[in-house]
Design a protein around this ligand. Structure first.
Ligand SMILES: [Zn+2]
Length: 173
């Protein structure tokens, strides 16, 4: 007997709140990052710790979020993690994670050095978006992931920043 994604959504629409997506999109968008993705049935309590293969023990997550989910015999932790780390605005979560990863790798915030320079903020944003398309073409999405991982996004941000710095005569640290 296997449970369908739809049955899982129908069950939790009655019993839970605070996930990233509205229930009418919960069969096609990850409940944590909010991206449209191939969803996996993720056990709240894993089978090896007594969890069952029933709707009340399953949530729908993309592969990456599933791998980051807590694996614990207390179901409360998965819900706490899901509510604390999910974002309600669609299609921004992994970009924000890339932004954070940039800070970890480079020890500063992206585009920080442009603040003091006399560069118009809005035109800088437009330049970033224009460069992003080219830069993303240089990357490869890990097989089966569907999205770039945060460290690759951080590299893309670094490349964009380098180009903008050249263009505006700014020296990066
Ligand atoms: Zn996800």
């Amino acid at each position: 007997m296997s449970v369908s994604n739809r049955q899982i959504v129908d069950h939790w629409a009655q019993h839970a709140s605070g996930v990233a997506v509205d229930w009418d999109q919960a069969h096609e968008r990850c409940w944590r990052c909010g991206y449209r993705a191939e969803l996996e049935k993720c056990p709240i309590v894993p089978e090896s710790l007594g969890g069952t293969d029933t709707v009340d023990n399953l949530v729908l997550l993309c592969g990456r979020c599933g791998r980051e989910a807590p694996v614990h015999q207390d179901p409360g932790y998965l819900w706490r993690w899901l509510r604390a780390t999910s974002v309600s605005s669609h299609d921004t979560y992994w970009t924000l994670r890339g932004w954070e990863e940039f800070e970890v790798i480079f020890g500063r915030k992206p585009l920080e050095c442009f603040k003091e320079a006399e560069v118009d903020h809005r035109s800088l944003n437009a330049e970033c978006r224009a460069l992003a398309a080219d830069e993303f073409a240089k990357t490869v999405i890990h097989f089966g992931e569907g999205r770039l991982n945060p460290s690759t996004i951080a590299c893309v941000i670094a490349e964009i920043e380098k180009k903008l710095a050249d263009r505006h005569g700014i020296t990066l640290p």
